[in-house]
Write a protein that binds this ligand. Structure first.
Ligand SMILES: [Zn+2]
Ligand SMILES: [Zn+2]
Length: 370
C-alpha cells in the first residue's frame, strides 16, 4: 500500500518487492514535494548492491514491504530548495546509503553521519516526516542536499554509481589507515574476496601506489585480478602451501567477504602489528581465534561506508585518478534476472540499472500494471 504522508504528492514510478520472494515489479508511489533543504534528482543510473538483495528477500528480518531498493544513485538535479547553495539545476549528483541524520551528535558534527545513532537510510528507513524511504530503483529521488554529493565531470555516470556504496566502503579503510597519499606508498595490501567491493579496492590500492595481493577461494579469478584489475599477486586461500608462503608478508588486509569464514588464516598473512579491516557483512558470527592476534600484535577492526565529507572526497579522488567500477548495465525490466545472477555471484563486477532512457515507456508500463 502506498504511503499517505502529507506533502508526499509527487507520483513516481519505480520497482518494488512486495514479499520475501524478492521479485521486483513496477510500482507507483509518492515522494515528498521538494522542500527547502531538498534537491530533486532525475535518476540516470542505480547500482545493485548485495544489500539490496538481502533486503528484498528479508534476509535480515527488517524489511518493510513494499520496498524500493537502491543506494548507488547518480542523476541530474532538476529542482533545488531555497536553502540549497551548493547545487544547482543541471548538476551531476550522487546519492548513497544515507537519507538523514540528527546533525547534532558528535558523529554528525565530525562528518561521520554514517555512525549517527539516528541515521536514516535511503531505503527501508523512516524519514523525519514518518514516511518510509524509497531508494534508487526509480525515476526520481527527492533528497536532503546534505546527503548528496557532486559527481566530477570526468567520471562516467554509470560506472560512478557503485562508488556511492561499494566505493566508499573500501575507500574509508584505506584513508583511515593512512594508506593514501605520497608518504604511504608501497605498502603490501591484501584484498580478501573479489566482488563488487574487492574489485574497486584493488583499483584504489593500485592508484595509491601499493602492492596488491588478492586472496580468494576461486582459482578462476587469478587471471582477471592480475590482467584486468592490476593485482600483483594472488593467493588461493584453499591451498595451504600458498597460505603458508604468504605468512607475515602483508601490512594491511581488507576483508570484503560476506560469507561466514575464519579470520585466523588471514591474520597469519599479516606482519607483526598488521591490521585486518572487515567491510563484508556476514550474517553469522565470524571465527576469530586469539592466537594469530596475540602472537602478532595484530588488530581486527571494521567499518561501514563513510561520512558525507569523505564520500565527496572519494568522488574527487576517483575523478582525479580515474577510478571507476567495472559494470554490467541492465535495463529496468532485467532487474530480476540481474538479482538472480547476483545471488550466484555471477557478475563482473557490479550490475547498474540504466534508467537514462525509455523512462516514459517504463512509467506508462508501471501505471498500466498497477
Ligand atoms: Zn550497498
Ligand atoms: Zn547524529
Amino acid at each position: 500500500m502506498a504511503q499517505t504522508t502529507p506533502n508526499h504528492t509527487q507520483t513516481v514510478a519505480g520497482w518494488a518487492a512486495h514479499d520475501s520472494s524478492g521479485k521486483l515489479t513496477p510500482y507507483i508511489f509518492k515522494r515528498r514535494q521538494n522542500g527547502v533543504n531538498d534537491v530533486t534528482i532525475k535518476i540516470l543510473y542505480c547500482g545493485i548492491c548485495h544489500t539490496d538483495l538481502h533486503h528484498v528477500k528479508n534476509d535480515w528480518g527488517i524489511t518493510m514491504y513494499p520496498i524500493v531498493p537502491g543506494h548507488e544513485i547518480t542523476g541530474i538535479i532538476t529542482k533545488v530548495g531555497s536553502n540549497v547553495k551548493n547545487f544547482k539545476v543541471g548538476d551531476r549528483a550522487g546519492v548513497g546509503c544515507l537519507a538523514a541524520s540528527c546533525m547534532k551528535c558528535e558523529h554528525c558534527k565530525d562528518s561521520q553521519e554514517n555512525y549517527c545513532e539516528q541515521v536514516q537510510f535511503i531505503y527501508n528507513g523512516i524519514f523525519w516526516d514518518g514516511s518510509i524511504t524509497y531508494g534508487g530503483y526509480s525515476e526520481t529521488l527527492v533528497a536532503d542536499y546534505r546527503y548528496v554529493v557532486h559527481v566530477p565531470d570526468s567520471l562516467p555516470m554509470d560506472a560512478a554509481a557503485p562508488l556511492l556504496c561499494a566505493g566508499i566502503t573500501v575507500f574509508t579503510p584505506l584513508k583511515d589507515n593512512n594508506l593514501m597519499g605520497a608518504q604511504s606508498q608501497g605498502k603490501k595490501i591484501g584484498i580478501v574476496g573479489l566482488g563488487g567491493l574487492g574489485h574497486v579496492a584493488i583499483k584504489f590500492c593500485k592508484a595509491f601506489g601499493h602492492h596488491v595481493t588478492v586472496i580468494s577461494t576461486s582459482p578462476l579469478k587469478e587471471k582477471e585480478a592480475k590482467e584486468l584489475l592490476g593485482a600483483d599477486e594472488f593467493i588461493l586461500s584453499t591451498k595451504p602451501e600458498q597460505m603458508q608462503a604468504g605468512k607475515r608478508t602483508l601490512d594491511f588486509i581488507l576483508d570484503t567477504v560476506s560469507a561466514k569464514h575464519s579470520l585466523g588464516p588471514f591474520l597469519e598473512l599479516l606482519k607483526v602489528n598488521g591490521t585486518l579491516q572487515m567491510v563484508g557483512a556476514p550474517d553469522k558470527p565470524l571465527e576469530l581465534p586469539a592466537f594469530p592476534m596475540i602472537f602478532g600484535k595484530r588488530c581486527v577492526k571494521s567499518s561501514m561506508i563513510g561520512g558525507m565529507k569523505e564520500t565527496q572526497e572519494m568522488m574527487e579522488v576517483c575523478g582525479n585518478l580515474n577510478v571507476t567500477c567495472n559494470i554490467e548495465l541492465v535495463k529496468p525490466d532485467q532487474i530480476n534476472e540481474a538479482m538472480d545472477r547476483l545471488a550466484r555471484n555471477d557478475v563482473r563486477y557490479r550490475f547498474v540499472i540504466d534508467f537514462s532512457d525509455g523512462q516514459q515507456e517504463f512509467s506508462k508500463q508501471a501505471l498500466k500494471d498497477q
